[in-house]
Design a protein around this ligand. Structure first.
Ligand SMILES: [Zn+2]
Length: 255
């Protein structure tokens, strides 16, 4: 856990419960957990950030504004930074975004090593692996902001549109992969959207955001309710490079 590397296993259990600790420990092995890192932070190591969800959101907006202006990426990728975070990570945001090669989150937001915890798959959906990754980032790394980001002309959403409009089928696992997106397309069609694909992209994001805000595990919900975590939806425009945070949700007072 961030900044609590001397925390006892007992106190961890009191927060997360035995099962969750077991799961987190497994995830820790895969992800290089802080829980398994050295017991103390040296002076040269990165300090745990104490940013609010609103401050992180503001940083991402500023980063995207700089990207739009063609400014060099402000994020630190130098060797010194790599060494600072080699033993513990302190990402400031979780990105649930598409695997599309044109949508690299660090570049779009001007972020460097160790700043974004990124979950990517075609169509930016949340399956079990994605949800577990997200819960790990929030519960274990104390990340204060989750951004679910779709993008213009998403191929996975276009495939789901083809399923709805033409009964299209796809080989291998592609059909099953786009299944979770189909309800977003059906919603868009019911809404009479002029641009079915783009409305579906936004609906797909909003449905995931809504699910995270309303139906998540208590470890997520409690943080949202207390204002320590915010879940927002965004759409990246391939043509102009702008990230539109179209679903920011309510700002809750931190308690
Ligand atoms: Zn995509």
């Amino acid at each position: 856990m961030r900044g609590k590397n001397n925390e006892t296993p007992l106190s961890r259990r009191s927060v997360l419960g035995r099962a969750a600790v077991g799961a987190a420990a497994s995830a820790a092995g895969m992800l290089g957990s802080n829980a398994l890192a050295a017991p103390a932070l040296g002076p040269s190591q990165a300090a745990p950030p104490t940013l609010t969800p609103e401050q992180v959101l503001s940083q991402l907006k500023q980063g995207n504004a700089a990207f739009l202006q063609g400014r060099p990426i402000a994020g630190d990728i130098r060797g010194r930074r790599r060494l600072e975070i080699a033993r513990a990570q302190y990402p400031i945001a979780v990105l649930v975004s598409c695997s599309d090669s044109r949508v690299p989150p660090e570049v779009l937001f001007g972020k460097g090593l160790g700043e974004l915890f990124i979950i990517r798959n075609a169509g930016n959906t949340i399956d079990t692996a994605a949800m577990g990754s997200l819960e790990y980032a929030v519960a274990e790394l104390n990340v204060p902001l989750v951004v679910v980001m779709g993008h213009e002309r998403c191929g996975a959403v276009a495939a789901a549109v083809a399923v709805v409009k033409k009964g299209a089928t796809f080989p291998g696992s592609i059909g099953r992969m786009v299944e979770p997106i189909v309800p977003a397309v059906l919603d868009a069609r019911r809404q009479g959207a002029g641009d079915l694909l783009d409305a579906s992209v936004r609906n797909n994001v909003s449905r995931t955001v809504g699910r995270l805000r309303d139906f998540s595990e208590p470890m997520i919900l409690e943080r949202i309710r207390s204002g320590r975590l915010r879940v927002v939806g965004a759409r990246y425009d391939l043509d102009d490079g702008r990230v539109d945070f179209f679903d920011e949700g309510p700002i809750r007072k931190r308690s």
